[in-house]
Design a protein around this ligand. Structure first.
Ligand SMILES: [Zn+2]
Length: 440
């Protein structure tokens, strides 16, 4: 008999047969079903109460543990099999949505017919991660977390922007969808064209540089360009996620080569927790001391906030550097950049950390996001955008719903899918352009 079989027999005997024999000796006490129900109901009630008390007083300890060890969720009995069963039944019972083509009429608008239309143009959309409006220096946060952006003239900082969701899985597909927050579901968004599809259809070169986990199916029309770890040892340390400098560097390299009409997305890892301290190079560690743990229970709130604020300093640097590079192309291209974060973050307010609370009960810090816009003078002239007017838009009540329509407007793409009322720059165009009109 092999040793593995004998080990198995001992294992089954000690942990299976022996306990079974002992259980057989226990006499069953039969009680009425009412008493049994009351007993179990009381146990369940006490358990729920206990979980509530623990969540209320020790959220910090448990939020990061659940975030770091997702498999723990699958060990919670009976929530695991009940939730998975209902989601499985829901999946197979639901008919698959037919795919809906959106913006099939998309074409480059009248401004592209002008004599200077051959001049290259690039619009960059930077999708941030977990940056919250409340800690953005430009929004009046007590700390200057955006010193480089603050020095850029012509930057428009939108101070009143809300996110579509409180998680990447909702917000990112929603930003690129025409559905808007009210009509959005991830399933619906998967079954219809999004901004990437439409901009591609209109004939632009589209690139998606990704440093987040993945593009949540949004970039299915184009390959996702990711940093090769071995080539970016400065940003990809050990087995950690790469810092965002890796993809920003990859994008910058593409600016050297000639290009025509480009739309570029940079999908950041930004301020994703709980390992905030892993998101930025050491030179951006200016708010100290910082939490160096991914288990929040081992850190003070102020150290956690310090680490988080340093991630914003790094995002500020990457955005400002990219704007400077785009500005440097002024002699040969017209350029613009729009940055918006996907959702915010709780940093200990009311004992809550991280994000992804249900939208209806999520605090503002999870749903208010920073958004900034910059365009070269050449871009503003060419697209007939009034720089002074753009600044007056900064305090408007805006949301992720505006991004889809605003990007289509920035690229002058004509399509029935674009709703000018949601294009936040529509009212800042000096005058409408007629087809074939000669540039002044
Ligand atoms: Zn996110």
């Amino acid at each position: 008999m092999s040793s593995s079989i004998s080990t198995s027999l001992v294992y089954v005997g000690l942990l299976g047969v022996l306990p079974a024999l002992l259980v057989m000796r226990v006499g069953l006490i039969v009680v009425s079903w009412r008493r049994e129900l009351a007993h179990r109901g009381a146990t369940l009630g006490l358990t729920v109460l206990g979980i509530g008390v623990i969540a209320a007083f020790f959220y910090q300890d448990h939020a990061s543990t659940l975030r770091n060890n997702r498999e723990l969720r699958y060990l919670l009995v009976p929530v695991n099999y009940l939730a998975e069963l209902s989601s499985y039944v829901g999946e197979i019972a639901k008919p698959e949505l037919p795919y809906e083509a959106i913006g099939s009429d998309a074409k480059q608008g009248a401004l592209w017919q002008q004599p200077n239309a051959s001049r290259p143009l690039i619009v960059v959309l930077v999708v941030g991660e977990t940056a919250r409006a409340a800690n953005f220096g430009l929004n009046g946060y007590a700390r200057q977390t955006t010193p480089e952006l603050a020095g850029i003239l012509q930057l428009v900082n939108f101070t009143n922007v809300s996110s579509c969701g409180t998680s990447t899985a909702i917000s990112v597909p929603c930003i690129f969808s025409d559905l808007g927050r009210e009509g959005f579901s991830a399933e619906k968004a998967r079954a219809r064209d999004n901004l990437i599809n439409i901009v591609s259809k209109a004939g632009f070169d589209v690139d998606w540089f990704g440093n987040n986990t993945n593009c949540k199916d949004v970039c299915r029309a184009v390959p996702e360009i990711r940093a090769v770890r071995e080539e970016h040892s400065q940003f990809c340390i050990g087995d950690r996620s790469c810092m965002d400098g890796a993809i920003f560097g990859l994008f910058e390299k593409t600016l050297v080569a000639p290009f025509g009409r480009r739309f570029v997305v940079l999908h950041m890892l930004g301020s994703h927790g709980p390992g905030y301290h892993l998101r930025y190079p050491r030179e951006f560690e200016r708010f100290t001391p910082v939490c160096r743990e991914t288990d929040f229970s081992k850190c003070s709130v102020s150290d956690i906030v310090n680490a988080y604020d340093n991630t914003l300093l790094y995002t500020d640097h990457l955005l400002a550097s990219t704007i400077r590079s785009l500005e440097g192309l002024a002699d040969r291209a017209d350029t613009a950049l729009l940055y918006v974060s996907d959702h915010g973050e709780s940093l200990g307010e009311n004992g809550i950390f991280l994000h992804a609370l249900p939208y209806a009960i999520a605090p503002d810090v999870q749903t208010r996001v920073p958004m900034v816009f910059w365009a070269s003078s050449g871009f503003l002239d060419r697209m007939r955008l009034d720089a002074g007017c753009l600044q007056t838009e900064r305090g408007q009540l805006l949301s992720h719903d505006n991004v889809f329509h605003t990007v289509l407007g920035l690229l002058q793409i004509d399509t029935a899918a674009r709703n000018p009322a949601l294009d936040l720059f529509a009212s800042c165009r000096n005058k409408p352009i007629k087809s074939g009109e000669v540039s002044p």
